[in-house]
Design a binder for this molecule. Structure first.
Ligand SMILES: Nc1ncnc2c1ncn2[C@@H]1O[C@H](COP(=O)(O)OP(=O)(O)OP(=O)(O)O)[C@@H](O)[C@H]1O
Length: 260
């Protein structure tokens, strides 16, 4: 086990809380684990609390109750080397005044590398995410969305983390670019032995990349699918609704009733 959350709750103060001291519960007792080198998908609608959960996993927010435990190997490393994150909005994830090489170098600033070694590492990280070395001197506005998200992925893998949180990391990309970036993430997962928590509202992309899926609704895990080939067997009505909307339950060989 790399990361384990047990019975985590979180609430935020309501806007009128100065008067009533009332709070809105956002996470209502969430338990989940991410194992070494696995990709866990957290699928749910907008506002269900997925990003809040992601922030708690990264240690950016504290939970109100419950526990978050990390494997020893994560605790031994500085946080930026143990865990990385790739957000949905690649434009606001990068400093527009930095070159692409400087952006990728951000998590490497404390590494004792010579200028030559640093240069070579940045070039090899660009190659690893499928980008040419010439991009290193460009600025973010001179790249396409897909290229910039690849730069964010290069920055995320630069310190060689054991865990990466992917928060709607392909949701802003065109469908064809989405597939390429998902394939890149799949490759990196294998070559770098990294674990992902993949937060998304899109069950199709989640089932492409993930080993396990957790369906999330109103701050709770309502269903867990350990075997993606058994997706059609989900019982929870909300999860079935999501699958139906994505066309999964219409495919005859996946249909539960025709394949007992
Ligand atoms: N810092 C905050 N203060 C107050 N309320 C917050 C805060 N952060 C999130 N919320 C509220 O918590 C709820 C869950 O938000 P969250 O961003 O975790 O959902 P989500 O499932 O990631 O949604 P989306 O996919 O749209 O990003 C929302 O109602 C949001 O308004």
């Amino acid at each position: 086990m790399l990361i384990q959350l047990t019975d985590v709750t979180k609430s935020y103060a309501k806007d009128d809380s100065w008067l009533f001291r009332s709070r809105t519960p956002v996470l209502k007792g969430v338990s989940l684990s991410v194992n070494h080198s696995e990709c866990v998908g957290l699928v749910g609608e907008s506002g269900s609390g997925k990003s809040t959960l992601g922030k708690i996993v990264l240690g950016l927010e504290a939970c109100d109750s419950g526990t978050v435990s990390y494997a020893e190997e994560l605790l031994e490393l500085p946080r930026y080397q143990a865990m990385s994150v790739v957000f949905q909005d690649y434009n606001t994830s990068v400093n527009p005044r930095l070159t692409i090489a400087e952006i990728i170098n951000e998590p490497l600033l404390n590494e004792p590398l010579s200028p030559y070694e640093r240069d070579r590492l940045i070039t090899s990280l660009l190659a690893e995410v499928g980008l040419p070395a010439e991009l290193r001197t460009r600025y973010p506005h001179q790249l396409s969305g897909g290229q910039l998200q690849r730069v964010c992925i290069a920055r995320a893998i630069a310190p060689n983390p054991r865990f990466i949180l992917l928060d709607e990391a392909v949701s802003s990309l065109d469908v064809s670019v989405q597939v390429q970036v998902l394939e890149l993430l799949q490759t990196l997962k294998q070559t770098r032995n990294v674990a992902y928590l993949f937060i998304t509202h899109d069950i199709t992309v989640a089932s492409f990349l993930c080993d396990r899926l957790l369906f999330f609704k109103e701050g709770m895990v309502v269903e867990q699918v350990d075997d993606i080939s058994q997706l059609n067997r989900v019982a929870d009505p909300y999860t079935r609704q999501l699958l139906e909307a994505a066309g999964y339950l219409e495919i005859p060989f996946l249909n539960h009733s025709s394949n007992p």
